[in-house]
Ligand binder design. Structure first.
Ligand code: MN
Length: 513
C-alpha cells in the first residue's frame, strides 16, 4: 500500500527541465514540489493520505503566501475529495454502532480546530490508522486555527482511504454559522480566491451536514461532541415540565441537523449533541438534571445525576465528549480547567463516567494582545478491546512549536463559540448586518477588524521539528496585525463581484417529515 501512490501523484521538479533525463529523481528531493493529483484509478489509499499530509505541511511551512495551497492542492482535487467523502458519509447513520475486533485499539480525538501541525503530531504519536488502530475524530476540525482547510482535507483523505476504521463525527463548528464567524470560510476564500473558496465551502457544508452525530464503540461507550440530549418524554406537565435524557434509539433516528443545526424542531437532538455541556454536582454552576444551556443559548447543561440516568437508561459505562478547551472552562467554577486536554467530569460509582477529551494544544492559536495564553497540553484517548472499550487511556501531548507564521481569518475580538450558539446575539447581528456580504462587496476578504494578535509564545524545545523553513524564530513570535491587513498579502485574488451563489450545490440531508 505504501508505494503505488507515488505513481499517481505528479512530481514537479524545479530542475527537471534543465537536468539530464537520467539523473535520479531522489537527487532533487529538496527541490521537489508535490502537486496533489486525483489518483487515476480513483482509489484513495493511505499512501495518498500521507502524501497529502506531507504536502500540506510543507506548503504551510514554505513561507509562501496562503494561496500557495491552491497550487499544491488544486481546488478541483480538493473538491473531488470532499465529494468522494460525502458519498461515504451519506451512507453512514446518525449514530454509528462500531464493533471493532477485540485485538484492536481505538484512538478518540477531540477538537483540533485548524491546528494542522498539532493534529499531525497527534497522529504521529497515536500511530497511523490501520485495521488494528482505528480512529474516531470527535468533530471541530475547522475554525480558529489557521489551517482548517488543510487539516480537514487530511482527515477526509484518511476517511476516504480507510472508511472501515476511520470515523468522523460532527462538531458544532461543522456548520454554516460557525464557519462564517470563526474563520474557515474566509480561510478558503483567501487560500483559493473568493469564487473557488465559496465552491469549496459549499462542498464543506454538504460534508458537514452528513457527518454522523455520535458513535457507539462496543456496547458500553458513546462518543459525541457536546453532550447529553433531551428525550421526547417530559417530567411533569405544562410550563413546569422538565426535560429528560434521551435514549440511544431516539439518537439513532434523529436527523443529522442540516447545514446549521439550530436545536429547534427536528434539529433538537442535533443541537443538543453538538452544543451541550456537563455541569458540577454542587456549588456555583451546579445543575440538577438536564436543563436548557443558558450560557450558549442552545443545547443542554446536565449534572451528574442526568449522566447517571442516561448511562443506566441506555446501559452504557462511558461517555467521551469534547467541545470545551481551556478557554471555555475559564469561567466555569467547579469544572476542571482543561490544562491537560482531559477531564473526568462525572464519575458515578458503580455506573460509569463522562470525560472531556480536547486535542488542540496551546489553544486557541490566536489571542488578543494582552490576553494570557493558556499554554494547555492536549490529549487523545485510547480505548482497548481488552477493557471492553470503556476504560479510556489518555495520552497528552504539547503543541508543535514554533508554528509557521500565520494570521487569523476571523475577528478574534468576536468572543467565543463557547459563549453562544447560532441563535445568539452574535448570529443575529451577523445576519442582520450582512457584515460579511458587505465586506465581500467591498472586495475585502481580510479581517479588517483585527487589532492585535498574539501567536505562539514559547517554542517547544522538546519537539524537534523536521522542517524549519518558513517557521517563525523564537524571538519573532508576536504578530502585530495591521488594521488593513489581508492574510493573502494581496488584493488581486479577490473577486469584487458579489457572491450570488451562496447555497449548497446539492441539498444536504432533507429534514425528515
Ligand atoms: Mn465544540
Amino acid at each position: 500500500m505504501a508505494f503505488p501512490f507515488l505513481a499517481r501523484i505528479l512530481i514537479k521538479q524545479k530542475l527537471a527541465l534543465s537536468s539530464p533525463p537520467d539523473r535520479p529523481i531522489a537527487r532533487y528531493k529538496q527541490n521537489m514540489t508535490t502537486i496533489m493529483e486525483w489518483p487515476s484509478d480513483g482509489l484513495i489509499t493511505p499512501g495518498w493520505a500521507k502524501s497529502l499530509a506531507q504536502t500540506l505541511d510543507a506548503s504551510s511551512r514554505s513561507g509562501e503566501p496562503p494561496k500557495h495551497l491552491s497550487k499544491v492542492f488544486p481546488k478541483q482535487v480538493h473538491e473531488r475529495l470532499m465529494k468522494h467523502t460525502l458519498n461515504l458519509l451519506e451512507a453512514e447513520p446518525t449514530l454509528l454502532r462500531l464493533q471493532p475486533p477485540p485485538d484492536t485499539e481505538v484512538v478518540v480525538v477531540g477538537d483540533t480546530h485548524g491546528q494542522l501541525h498539532d493534529a499531525l503530531k497527534l497522529m504521529q504519536i497515536a500511530g497511523e490508522p490501520s485495521e488494528t488502530n482505528w480512529y474516531v475524530f470527535n468533530g471541530d476540525f475547522v475554525d480558529r486555527g489557521a489551517w482548517g482547510a488543510e487539516l480537514f482535507a487530511v482527515v477526509l483523505a484518511w476517511k476516504a482511504a480507510c472508511p472501515e476504521f476511520v470515523f468522523l463525527l460532527r462538531g458544532n463548528h461543522e456548520c454554516e454559522f460557525c464557519t462564517e464567524v470563526y474563520g474557515y470560510k474566509r480561510e478558503l476564500q483567501v487560500k483559493y480566491s473568493k469564487p473557488s473558496g465559496n465552491v469549496l465551502w459549499r462542498n464543506f457544508m454538504n460534508v458537514g451536514s452528513e457527518l454522523p452525530l455520535a458513535a457507539m464503540i462496543g456496547d458500553k461507550t458513546l462518543v459525541l461532541h457536546g453532550g447529553l440530549f433531551r428525550g421526547k418524554k417530559r417530567k411533569g406537565k405544562g410550563r413546569n415540565a422538565k426535560l429528560t435524557v434521551g435514549t440511544l434509539d431516539e439518537l439513532a433516528s434523529a436527523w443529522k441537523g442540516g447545514g446549521d443545526p439550530d436545536g429547534e424542531g427536528d434539529a433538537t437532538i442535533a443541537g443538543d449533541v453538538l452544543w451541550s455541556d456537563p455541569a458540577p454536582e454542587s456549588g456555583e454552576g451546579s445543575v440538577v438534571g438536564l436543563i436548557p444551556n443558558e450560557n450558549r443559548g442552545i443545547g443542554t447543561m446536565f449534572g451528574p445525576d442526568a449522566t447517571s440516568e442516561f448511562l443506566k437508561l441506555n446501559n452504557l459505562s462511558l461517555i467521551l465528549r469534547s467541545h470545551e478547551g481551556p478557554d471555555a472552562r475559564e469561567d466555569r467554577v467547579g469544572m476542571d480547567p482543561m490544562k491537560n486536554g482531559f477531564s473526568i467530569d462525572h464519575d458515578i460509582a458503580g455506573v460509569g463516567k463522562l470525560c472531556t477529551v480536547f486535542s488542540a494544544p496551546d489553544y486557541p492559536q490566536f489571542i488578543e494582545q494582552g490576553d494570557i495564553r493558556h499554554n494547555n497540553a492536549a490529549t487523545f484517548v485510547r480505548l482497548s478491546g481488552k477493557t471492553d472499550w470503556c476504560d479510556p487511556t489518555p495520552k497528552s501531548f504539547t503543541a508543535c512549536h514554533p508554528r509557521p507564521v500565520s494570521a487569523p481569518y476571523y475577528d478574534i475580538t468576536v468572543g467565543g463559540s463557547d459563549e453562544e450558539g447560532p441563535d445568539g446575539e452574535l448570529a443575529r447581528e451577523t445576519r442582520a448586518n450582512g457584515s460579511e456580504d458587505a465586506r465581500e462587496e467591498e472586495g475585502d476578504v481580510g479581517n479588517g477588524e483585527v487589532k492585535g494578535v498574539t501567536d505562539d509564545v514559547e517554542p517547544d524545545r522538546s519537539m524537534s521539528s523536521p522542517k524549519n523553513s518558513g517557521e517563525v524564530s523564537e524571538n519573532d513570535t508576536t504578530v502585530e496585525i495591521d488594521k488593513n491587513w489581508n492574510p493573502d498579502g494581496s488584493k488581486d485574488s479577490i473577486d469584487p463581484e458579489k457572491d450570488t451563489s451562496n447555497q449548497p450545490t446539492q441539498s444536504p440531508s432533507q429534514r425528515p417529515r
